[in-house]
Design a protein around this ligand. Structure first.
Ligand SMILES: Cc1ncc(C[n+]2csc(CCOP(=O)(O)OP(=O)(O)O)c2C)c(N)n1
Ligand code: SF4
Length: 271
């Protein structure tokens, strides 16, 4: 297959459970890189810690598996040191929204040229099913055995308000749409955030009466609502739904380009 060159086939078999959605999201990223036509030697894929964050290990680019919640900090350093590089961050809802949430909002505010892809399986998969800031209210988790009482973060709304140039949410079930969001995100300068609703049958499905990966995909199919349709629905109707589509698409100037101009001006034009 044409896309095989983007994978480290020798690293297979992968660690993901049967039916896990993370492989589909990884594939969508690779298709996006291929469409963007980027030179693989100039692509850096950075991740934190989690099942999702294992993806770069299988991807044949410059890859960095860092520490929990800090991939955006590493990616910021890489992009500032060499703005020519295409920097993608792979993170999970625990990695990106809990421990790494502060890094995420500040990267959006700076609008630095990093493409964040958050694999949202609505649970901490790797550490066996604790609830995350993106676990739906009422869901069961090892740390919410009577149902989660916390409202989840809507990170698309958050990243849009914080200043990201491109924001979108898709699902593993609606994979061609997700591929399209990757393509659009990678084509844009500045910060992009793509959230992919992924399924964790092992820790989320099992505890939440979604007894097979197929049932989890059917749940995505049933509950996804396009952002345009969602605009005409009231909050009560939207409870428990996943709003999908493009939340932000703009062209504010990217951070490292502004930074370079500043350096040039203080050095009197000499770099
Ligand atoms: C500083 C620190 N705190 C906690 C952990 C333990 N830990 C590892 S992965 C993880 C959660 C991963 O969840 P998520 O990012 O949602 O990814 P998933 O495994 O669900 O893909 C946690 C809490 C850690 N490795 N380092
Ligand atoms: S524990 Fe969940 S997220 Fe982790 S590999 Fe298994 S199914 Fe995927």
């Amino acid at each position: 297959m044409e896309l095989e060159k983007y994978f480290r086939i020798e690293k297979l078999p992968h660690i993901w459970c049967p039916g896990c959605g993370h492989g589909s999201v990884m594939m969508s990223i690779v298709k996006g890189i291929d469409k963007a036509g980027w030179d693989p030697t100039k692509v850096v894929v950075v991740s934190g810690i989690g099942c999702s964050s294992r993806a770069p290990g299988y991807m044949n680019f410059n890859t960095l598996h860092t520490v929990h919640g800090r991939p955006i900090a590493f990616a910021t350093g890489i992009k500032l040191a060499n703005p020519e590089l295409k920097v993608i961050v792979i993170t999970g809802d625990g990695d990106g929204a809990a421990i790494g949430g502060n890094h995420l909002i500040h990267a959006c505010r700076r609008n630095i040229g990093i493409n964040v892809v958050l694999f949202n399986n609505q649970i901490y998969g790797m550490t066996s099913g604790q609830y995350s800031p993106m676990t739906p209210q009422g869901s069961m988790a090892t740390t919410s055995p009577y149902g989660n009482i916390e409202p989840p973060f809507d990170l698309c709304e958050l990243t849009r308000s914080a200043g990201a140039n491109f924001v979108a949410r898709g699902t593993v079930y609606h994979l061609p749409k997700l591929d399209n969001y990757m393509e659009k995100a990678f084509a844009r300068e500045g910060f992009s955030y793509v959230e992919a609703i992924s399924q964790c049958p092992t820790y989320y499905g099992r505890r939440n009466k979604l007894r097979s990966p197929l049932e989890m995909l059917e749940w995505q199919k049933k509950n996804a609502v396009d952002i345009k349709k969602a605009q005409d629905m009231d909050p009560e109707e939207l409870k428990g739904k996943i709003v999908t589509g493009i939340f932000a698409e703009k062209d504010e100037e990217e951070y490292t380009s502004k930074y370079d101009q500043l350096i040039s001006s203080v050095q009197g034009g000499k770099k």
